[in-house]
Ligand binder design. Sequence first.
Ligand SMILES: Nc1ncnc2c1ncn2[C@@H]1O[C@H](COP(=O)(O)OP(=O)(O)OP(=O)(O)O)[C@@H](O)[C@H]1O
Ligand SMILES: [Mg+2]
Length: 466
Amino acid sequence: MIPLSLAQIARVTGGQLRHGDPDAVVSGEVVIDSRRAGPGGLFAAVAGERSDGHDFAAAAVAAGATAVLATRPVTVPSVLVADVPAALAALARSVVDALPAVRIAGITGSSGKTSTKDLAAQLVERLGPTIAPAGSYNNEFGHPLTVLRADAATRYLVLELSARGIGHIAYLCRVAPPRYGVVLNVGHAHAGEFGGLDQVARAKGELAEALPADGVAILNADDPRVLAMAERTEARVVTFSSAPGSDAPVRAVDIRLDDLGRPGFTLLTPEGSAPVSLRLHGAHNVPNALAAAALARELGMDLDGIADGLGAAVARSRWRMEVHQRPDGVTVINDAYNANPESVRAAIDALAHLAQGGRAFAILGHMAELGGTSRASHEDIGEYAARIGDSGLAGLIAVGEEAAPLLDGARRVRSWTGEALAAPDGAAALELLANRLKPSDVVLVKASRAAHLEGVAAALEGEAGQ
Ligand SMILES: Nc1ncnc2c1ncn2[C@@H]1O[C@H](COP(=O)(O)OP(=O)(O)OP(=O)(O)O)[C@@H](O)[C@H]1O
Ligand SMILES: [Mg+2]
């Protein structure tokens, strides 16, 4: 980050300096995990569910941190504030204001933010020094911490913006006002907390509203709720589309998937066309790639650079559509990072594609935070799984009580000949699968973050894997 003295930090955050030299400088990273505190850094102490960061204040300073941002007195150099996220936000905003040459892009949507952010970052990095978060880092903590990594050398910030309610994205946009805003889709992720899709659209559209008149709103023309955000922005609107017959300026045609489900397509822009082959798996990465392409194009990247960059981009964040081929011929799709109805459908589509020469199995945990539509949503996904491809999945294993409605939905499909299996936990799911799997079978593992099915995926990948 740009060097700031403790006196400056106290002023910007409205905090009080304790036990510290006002001229001592913070120039290292701002962190909320004391184990990551390093020389010249600032450790923000947060009280979590299991532990309280204040207990690690001394350890952070011993590790080299210049000071601690705290809400109660500690015995080491510190700036006492009323609210840590608010203080981080104020600090981040002051850094943004001090770096007017930095161009800021925000990416939001219900699904695909991290995937798109990782793609976009790998393009934009070719244009100049870029800061983008690792993983999701998209909330009132991760967002300012990412922004605070910017310094005088930084040219681009590529940020992921998440919302769990109305006003959240507007807040993040005040912390680091984006000139470029990408909205991917409006789906059911956290829809229960929002109270329905229209509320989700209201929240995600706050990004469009926050853009200035000389900004650019990059909107998915294939999602009507996203396209409607064109009415809510002063910025110039650029749309992207992967739907046949679209006249969006940035679009994909001739979309095809290779044997491992990796999309290839022709990228069309007003400047011309170029072939693109993604290294990422699943057709849902086509809109993500188009969004990244549209952003890079607005930042001045030429078509060949975009096509080349997209073809070189790799998955930077774990457990999102990782395709692992075991020596025994079984393929494992580890998409265990998270789940909502749209992303489970996308993953089942990819599973069906990969399993064209064999049988498809899915180990699915529950989709969290869907509110009143939870049971019906699970049943619908189960039905979708039973209808996919020629004859539906060979086996659907639902992990945990809350995932059981998946099986009810699958059983609604009378013609389905696959097996509906209930497993109380991941270990039981692995056991059920173990004596069923044959070479050339494909297994998808997916659930909400809370279910932690990545361990199941890892076990499957490892089995007969070395
Ligand atoms: N455009 C898309 N449409 C539907 N599903 C998608 C799309 N992009 C990614 N996914 C699926 O959603 C899952 C999460 O992807 P990703 O982490 O990129 O989303 P996110 O929006 O960052 O999620 P979070 O809200 O948890 O941060 C992936 O495992 C993938 O299966
Ligand atoms: Mg994310």
